[in-house]
Write a protein that binds this ligand. Structure first.
Ligand code: SF4
Length: 238
């Protein structure tokens, strides 16, 4: 193959690779739905001057959607406000609604074990949900509720500036990544949310029903820890 033929062949390979990547991203919904920085700024403009304390005070009094009528407590979020790692779930459950803290029920206890197995504590990460109030009976969030509540999470992320967000479960992953793709297709790889790396993985509540998924979650957590340049302690190291 002469130089001219070779360079054309290589160019064709690059074009094919780019086309395949774009098609894959479009199938996952990323290219159609990606929010630009101006849109993001517009959606959080009313919170632009608030720090996390002010944002929490606003959320605690929030009546922007009908969930305010049935909640016991607003579950804003908890943990290290300078955390490199942020976990984001879907919405509070019954235990969280009662206590006003995220991930404190059975699924939360499993999340705590996962965090501790990775060598961290809950105090070293930040934990929040997309929705700050519990949907009655743990029903799926409505799109109008996500739309109303999402600016709180966006502002939290902007203030905390984590290096990695671990999105727990379908709703959190789909909301953050603006996609309809299944969690089984999203997990295992890093995605981007306004420059922050996002690792979707299964929700701990799913793991309680499907313990077989723990291996995949652990693989995802190992990738997160590697991205943060943190080593996972050996099981016998403590
Ligand atoms: S779910 Fe969010 S938007 Fe709805 S009332 Fe609670 S804090 Fe407000």
């Amino acid at each position: 193959m002469d130089y001219s033929t070779d360079i054309h062949w290589r160019f064709g390979q690059v074009v094919t690779a780019v086309r395949e990547y774009v098609e894959e991203q479009m199938q996952l919904g990323f290219l159609e739905l990606e929010e630009n920085e101006n849109q993001l700024r517009d959606r959080t403009s009313s919170y632009a001057d608030l720090d996390l304390t002010g944002l929490r005070e606003l959320a605690v009094a929030c009546e922007k959607c009908e969930l305010s009528k049935t909640r016991t407590h607003v579950v804003f979020g908890t943990g290290n406000e300078q955390a490199d790692l942020m976990f984001v779930g879907e919405a509070p459950g019954a235990d969280e609604d009662q206590q006003g803290q995220p991930f404190v029920g059975r699924a939360g206890q499993l999340l705590t074990k996962i965090i501790e197995a990775s060598g961290l504590t809950r105090d070293q990460v930040y934990i929040a949900n997309v929705l700050k109030c519990r949907p009655p009976g743990n029903r799926n969030p409505k799109s109008s509720e996500i739309e109303s509540c999402e600016p709180y999470l966006i502002r939290q992320v902007m203030l905390i500036q984590p290096k990695v967000i671990c999105a727990l479960g379908t709703f959190a992953a789909q909301m953050i990544l603006r996609t309809d793709a299944k969690i089984s297709n999203l997990r295992g790889n890093f995605h981007s949310y306004h420059g922050i790396k996002v690792m979707p993985t299964y929700h701990p509540a799913y793991l309680l029903r499907n313990p077989g998924g723990k291996r995949q979650v652990w693989e995802d957590i190992q990738k997160v820890m590697a991205e943060l340049n943190l080593s996972i302690p050996r099981p016998d190291a403590s």
